[in-house]
Design a protein around this ligand. Structure first.
Ligand SMILES: [Zn+2]
Ligand SMILES: [Zn+2]
Length: 734
């Protein structure tokens, strides 16, 4: 409830009804003492909830009668930092309509000022140093208010009353443009120069709310190819920011992409996430934004700086996180100047410090629901309620790729924003910073740590060196447990955890498992025939290895790239091979066998290409399923002749593959129901980011009277692992 203009709203309401009392922030909750005539009190209570500011969404937790105090009027009391109430950290919000209007009003004193904000909008999470949320405890502390801002800030009837990051041209942050030796220190000049650079096809690193972006013209092929070469990022889709045009802000967007009502609602949500939507072809945007894929991540400007840039530029821009591949987004000017010098032509900095990074959030609508792919700015930190209380304050350190961490204490669970892949020193620094920082924000001291059982994970090693008791959780157990966090149930689960790779309880690499039971008590009852992948750690980037593994195991020929003979020799002699049952690898193999890809430049490229080529799902036979040691094992072998059949088009084969995988999941669920009785079905793991597969799976399951649950608040990919780890740790008896 902090930082959303709720106290001033209460103040104005109390005044209008002639009531006396006070309102006070208690670290996230608000305490109101109100006294007066019964009728007015009743009206106060109902209006309080119904007409509160849009982003406050208040709930009355507790309501009791107290002894009236001798009070002259209604007042707003200072936040009490000594109280031990629930702490809630507000997320970063977009620029509200009122502020946008002022931004474009030549008579307003904040006309074209890139850091305009109010109680209803602006950054929060990324500039708070400590709670409770007061200006002195934010990164705005270094900007003393000018007289005009001061009087707004202190006037309870002003819409900027206690807008903590309030600022103006006179007293607030400023822009700075740097290109080689040139440095422009005035805000207007810096803005104009940036627009000029974008028009000239240059790549600009621009400081935003939770970190820097790399921007360039989204219809300029040459600019995008330069960005791709320099980064290097040959194929991975780039997010595109569109100017707000029209009453619903979506007019320009609609010319380039297909929007369902749910997509439109998400794109204009105060969190302003990147939403993955269908492209329209030949719309004038560069084909290099998401080469050979049918979808694109799009979003609207959310900070006043982005609004000013896009209004002026008047076209879509690439706006991708400024980082080194897979690392956390960069937030510091000196880091950006050092580490991105070879990528960008120029820089647009500002001097409002970013307290902690938050990448843009990414969501995709699957089965009519928004599913987070990446939690970041606008959504983070995600605060959830645990089904019951945890014994000790616990930290879950997540996985290796797409890492995020979670804190749990009492019945609370807080999930950090996306941190990144933990492969570099910089990632680990940020990882540790977020761990320290969230404990400080929520005033929690952790007493135990949960980590993935995989010894090769940097988070696993960090956990074992931290000097606290450690609980290890298997990767897919954690995936499965995320559903119990979101949808607590009394009955058992059957969770299909399909992903690329994870260390399994039997020492092999899992990723195609059906897990029956509850957190802390999972039984693996469904899987796929294991296959031996040569140099398994390379498999994610080299889909042909998975294709070769399946063919060779089935006694079929596979002609692979150059290193073919060496790899085949290694495979035959079982040198450096890992046994896997991962569906993610089956998708890779299918992409390679249909001829879509041999080597991927980013994880998931093969499956994405395959999804793009899937046009219509059909009724198909399921794969044969055998009960082997109480595991319903599906045999992928019948897929191979179809995937390799070059008389069929790629689309026909992609359709067949998706349909067969969905039918096989259903069949495993049906067989499990015969053996084990009733359960609800859960879906988790990165494979289910595939919209076409997941929608087909849910439809089939529901047609057959299964209750189906799929992640809605935390990512189904490894970004959600930390939440599942907490759930597993709660069942740990040690
Ligand atoms: Zn505003
Ligand atoms: Zn000012």
């Amino acid at each position: 409830m902090q930082g959303v203009g709720f106290r001033p709203f209460v103040y104005r309401l109390a005044h209008s009804l002639g009531l006396k009392g006070w309102v006070q922030n208690l670290k996230g909750n608000v305490l109101i003492h109100i006294q007066g005539e019964a009728v007015a009190l009743e009206q106060f209570t109902s209006t309080l909830v119904q007409q509160s500011p849009a982003i406050a969404r208040p709930v009355i937790l507790n309501n009791k009668i107290v002894t009236p105090e001798s009070l002259p009027s209604f007042s707003i009391r200072d936040s009490d930092s000594g109280l031990n109430a629930d702490i809630h950290t507000p997320a970063d919000y977009y620029t509200c309509k009122d502020c946008l209007q002022e931004l474009n009003d030549p008579h307003n004193r904040r006309y074209r000022y890139p850091f305009i904000n109010c109680t209803q909008c602006g950054p929060r999470y990324t500039l708070i140093k400590q709670l409770p949320y007061d200006r002195a405890r934010t990164t705005m502390a270094g900007f003393p208010l000018c007289t005009a801002c001061g009087s707004e800030y202190n006037n309870p009837l002003d819409r900027r009353y206690h807008a903590e990051p309030i600022a103006c041209e006179q007293c607030g942050p400023q822009l700075q443009y740097i290109e080689k030796e040139n440095c422009i220190d005035d805000t207007t000049g810096a803005l104009n120069k940036t627009i000029e650079a974008l028009r000239a096809g240059k790549i600009v690193a621009i400081k935003g709310v939770g970190g820097y972006h790399l921007l360039c013209d989204a219809s300029n092929d040459a600019a995008i190819l330069t960005l791709r070469t320099r980064k290097p990022r040959p194929h991975k889709p780039l997010a595109v920011m569109f100017p707000s045009v029209g009453d619903d802000e979506l007019e320009l967007l609609r010319q380039h992409v297909m929007l369902t009502d749910t997509d439109a609602r998400l794109i204009t949500d105060p969190a302003r996430p990147i939403v993955i939507v269908e492209k329209k072809h030949h719309s004038g945007l560069s084909e290099y934004l998401s080469p050979d894929l049918s979808h694109l991540g799009v979003f609207l400007p959310y900070s006043p700086l982005h609004h000013l840039l896009l209004q002026e530029f008047n076209q879509a821009v690439v706006a991708t996180s400024a980082n080194i591949s897979g690392e956390p987004v960069l937030t510091q000017q000196h880091h950006v100047q050092q580490r991105l010098l070879h990528i960008t032509d120029c820089f647009l900095h500002h001097n409002r410090p970013i307290a902690r990074p938050a990448d843009d959030s990414v969501v995709r609508v699957i089965h009519q629901q928004a599913r987070p792919i990446r939690i970041g700015r606008g959504m983070a930190p995600v605060e959830l309620t645990l089904p019951h209380c945890i014994q000790k304050p616990t930290l879950a350190v997540g996985g290796q790729m797409k890492n995020s961490i979670a804190l749990a204490w009492d019945n609370r669970l807080v999930v950090s924003p996306h941190i990144g892949d933990l492969d570099s020193p910089h990632s680990l620094t940020v990882f540790e910073q977020v761990i320290t920082d969230l404990q400080q924000l929520y005033e929690i001291q952790i007493e135990q740590i949960v980590c993935d059982a995989h010894r090769g994970y940097a988070s696993h090693r960090w956990a074992h060196q931290a000097g606290l008791p450690v609980i290890q959780v298997f990767h897919h157990h954690a995936h499965a447990a995320t559903l119990e966090v979101e949808f607590p149930q009394d009955t058992p689960w059957l969770v299909f955890t399909w992903d690329g790779v994870g260390y399994g309880a039997d020492g092999s690499l899992w990723g195609g498992e059906g897990l029956l039971g509850r957190p802390g008590k999972w039984q693996r009852i469904a899987s796929f025939t294991p296959f031996r992948v040569p140099a398994g750690d390379l498999a994610a980037r080299q889909p042909w290895r998975s294709a070769a593994a399946l063919c060779w195991q089935a006694g079929l020929e596979y002609t692979a790239p150059l290193e073919h003979e060496l790899v085949r020799h290694a495979w035959q002699n079982n040198i450096n091979c890992t046994s896997s049952s991962a569906v993610g690898r089956l998708f890779d193999a299918a992409a390679a066998l249909t001829g879509l890809i041999e080597n991927a430049s980013f994880e998931g490229q093969g499956p994405m290409l395959l999804e793009t080529n899937t046009t219509q799902l059909q009724q198909t036979a399921t794969l044969p399923i055998k009960n082997i040691d109480n595991i319903l094992q599906a045999d992928w072998q019948p897929l191979l002749p179809v995937l390799q059949n070059h008389t069929l088009t790629i689309k026909q084969r992609a359709n067949y593959f998706h349909s067969t995988m969905a039918a096989t999941l259903l069949e495993q669920a049906m067989l499990a129901r015969e053996c084990y009785g009733n359960f609800q079905v859960g879906l988790s793991g990165g494979v289910f980011q595939n919209k076409k597969l997941t929608e087909q799976v849910i439809t089939l399951l529901e047609q057959n009277n299964f209750r189906v649950f799929f992640n809605q608040q935390i990512p189904c990919n490894d970004g959600g692992l930390c939440a599942g780890q907490i759930m597993e740790a709660m069942q740990n008896k040690h």
